[in-house]
Design a protein around this ligand. Structure first.
Ligand SMILES: Nc1ncnc2c1ncn2[C@@H]1O[C@H](COP(=O)(O)OP(=O)(O)OP(=O)(O)O)[C@@H](O)[C@H]1O
Ligand SMILES: [Mg+2]
Length: 613
């Protein structure tokens, strides 16, 4: 074949192949055009999964009659005029290819009436053949109708799935678009006027004022999300990240509730997704996925939006910096998921035990913005361990009711339940839970899970604080008897052990001498802990365990050191644990992302007993 220039129609169809993959792609392009035109209300009607009809109506700026033929021609756009403009695009569209692409693979009709024009006008394209402009009655705004999608491209038609599948794609897309602009009303209906029941309104999201976004979240992410999420808002120079991230304890089996918006454009960005994953790594149960809706706002010059045929990916000028910025901002918010007086919610009677959420994140009504001032880096973690002595109390008894050794009477330190989010300990339940009371009601704590987190955070802090971890020196080494291969494993991984504050040496093929151990473990049965940790590490035991903990070694050490079930605690010990939880970052969830505590407020208890107040 000789080399030839392709006819325009074919060029458009080729371009359409990239942009218009399925009916949902048409909806995306049309709604983005409406948003770019300043619309505040967008109505979408779909028939037969979008193959029959897609109609998008808006109340935006409109297109003047003379420009209608231009709008549907190739590379025609009102959004950029120069390379400079391209480098700082603030609109969703900019290529001038959506309408001609759609027109080349469907029957397209555009009717529009700009606010300052006397009349409306319309234009049609039938699989590439243009039917000229003529006057049309139309309210202010624009309507674009796309019928018989892919009628002239059988190859593409074959890839279209059932009506309900295609409509599902459209519905999810509209939900994402609705999360991008809370100030715009979105309505989506499916069905045909000819059917007995007519079209069905599937999604109805009226514009919501700032601060009331939870109303729309309910529509998209389920009502639960708003009550189990923390608000984020963090800026550094020209970059801001804001939105809501789900509490670790509200993580999901699928990554189906993860939304990123860059300058209000929904994107699927690896870099951003990875930054979130990293921020959650220490609080998420292995294999679980966080839920979040996040908005990155930055100078358009710092991001290239012209990097993907459907504009689903972006490229950052300084990706490293953006990654770190997002990671730090979220990590900080997640570190603050600990029992917290400031964030203690008002009593909530709507549900009894509705989701085991910690005070730090239980939020009702409008979500308060994250308060960066509350964040404090961990203080010297071994200050506590220094005071530990034999017989091994788990925690230094506090001056609060030091003589209360039984769980019988409740130590009521004056004002203590007022000041402590987790209140004062009452008793231990079946050797597993601590019962406590605070000013709102009953607190239940999973003591092993909570203690494990406290230890883990301290171990991490001790080894990052200043290189050399606080260690207890022994004049006489402790001798640990192990199997030969276990000794080898330890010697091979000596660096890990030393980093944690151990000093170990093989004394023989099955004997290990221990000269130093982390001060945090003072008073514990060190030999037993060492044995258990070796076994766990060697077997890579328990795959559900510590999967996501950032530091596997310290995580294992924390788990093996933490109090185990059926260990009887005194009331002061229980109180000490409660106080430690309150000052430990991420303490609302254990190292596997499960909640460490929950509560029953007095109104909830009253409800259980049908007791009027
Ligand atoms: N709903 C609308 N309201 C007002 N103007 C519109 C609307 N839809 C399209 N236009 C006008 O038609 C032009 C062409 O639209 P088209 O979607 O083809 O290109 P684009 O949005 O500029 O770029 P892209 O191809 O990246 O979407 C737009 O630049 C805009 O001026
Ligand atoms: Mg467009």
């Amino acid at each position: 074949m000789p080399i030839r220039v392709l006819p325009n129609e074919l060029v458009d169809q080729i371009a359409a192949g990239e942009v218009i993959e399925r009916p949902a792609s048409v909806v995306k392009e049309l709604v983005e055009n409406s948003l770019d035109s300043g619309a505040r209300r967008i109505e979408i009607d779909v028939e037969r999964g979008g193959v029959g009809l897609i109609r998008v109506r808006d109340d935006g700026r409109g297109i003047v009659a003379d420009e209608l033929p231009v709008a549907i021609s190739r590379h025609a756009t009102s959004k950029i005029a120069s390379l400079d403009d391209l480098e700082s695009v603030a609109t969703l569209g900019f290529r001038g290819e959506a309408l001609p692409s759609i027109g080349s693979v469907s029957r397209l009709r555009i009717a529009s009436h700009p606010a300052d024009a006397e009349h409306g006008a319309e234009i049609s394209v039938d699989g590439g053949t243009v039917i000229p402009v003529r006057p049309a009655a139309h309210p202010h705004g624009t309507t674009v109708e796309v019928r018989d999608l892919f009628f002239n491209v059988p190859a593409r038609r074959k890839f279209v799935r059932s009506d309900s599948t295609e409509f599902g794609h459209i519905a999810r897309l509209v939900e994402r678009l609705a999360l991008s602009r809370f100030d715009v009303t979105f309505r989506l209906a499916h069905g045909s006027a000819g059917l007995r029941n007519g079209p069905r309104l599937v999604f109805d999201a009226p514009a919501v004022p700032e601060g009331a976004e939870t109303a729309r979240f309910g529509e998209v992410l389920g009502k639960e999300f708003a009550t189990r999420a923390v608000a984020v808002n963090h800026s550094a120079g020209p970059v801001n990240v804001s939105g809501w991230i789900g509490l670790p304890t509200a993580a999901r089996a699928q990554p189906d509730q993860q939304f990123w918006f860059v300058n209000n454009r929904n994107v699927r960005d690896r870099l951003l997704m990875n930054a979130v994953r990293l921020a959650y790594r220490d609080v998420l149960y292995g294999g679980r996925h966080a839920a979040y809706v996040l908005y990155l706002t930055l100078d358009p010059k710092l991001v290239d939006v012209n990097a993907h045929p459907q504009k689903l990916e972006v490229r950052f000028r300084d990706s490293r910096q953006i990654h770190d910025f997002v990671f730090r901002a979220l990590e900080r918010v997640l570190a603050d998921t600990k029992p917290n007086v400031a964030a203690m919610p008002a009593a909530d009677t709507s549900s009894v035990l509705g989701g085991a959420s910690g005070g730090g994140g239980r939020i009702s009504g409008t979500l308060p913005l994250y308060e960066p001032a509350r964040y404090e880096p961990s203080r010297s973690p071994w200050a506590v361990a220094d005071t530990v002595r034999e017989p091994p109390p788990l925690f230094p008894p506090r001056p609060v009711a030091p003589d209360q050794e039984s769980a019988g009477e409740v130590p009521q330190a004056p004002g203590s339940s007022e000041h402590h989010p987790l209140g004062t300990a009452l008793a231990q339940l079946h050797g597993i839970y601590i019962l406590a009371q605070n000013r709102d009601g009953l607190i239940l704590v999973d003591m092993h899970a909570a203690h494990e987190r406290v230890l883990y955070e301290r171990l991490k802090a001790q080894h990052t604080a200043d290189g050399t971890p606080a260690s207890q020196h022994l004049l006489e080494p402790i001798v640990v008897e192990l199997k030969g291969h276990e000794v080898d494993v330890i010697v091979e991984n000596r660096a890990e052990w030393e980093r944690a504050g151990f000093d170990l040496d093989a004394l023989g093929p099955t004997r290990l001498g221990l000269r130093r151990y982390p001060a945090l473990l003072a008073g514990e049965n060190i030999a037993a802990i060492v044995k258990a940790v070796v076994r766990d590490l060697e077997l890579d035991a328990d795959p559900h365990h510590l999967d996501s903990a950032a530091d596997k070694f310290l995580g294992t050490l924390a788990c093996r050191t933490a109090i185990h079930a059926h260990r009887r605690l005194t009331v002061p010990e229980m109180n000490a644990l409660l106080r430690q939880m309150e000052t430990t970052e991420r303490a609302n969830q254990c190292n596997h992302g499960r909640p460490t505590w929950t509560r029953l407020t007095m109104p909830e208890l009253d409800q259980l007993f049908l007791r009027g107040r």
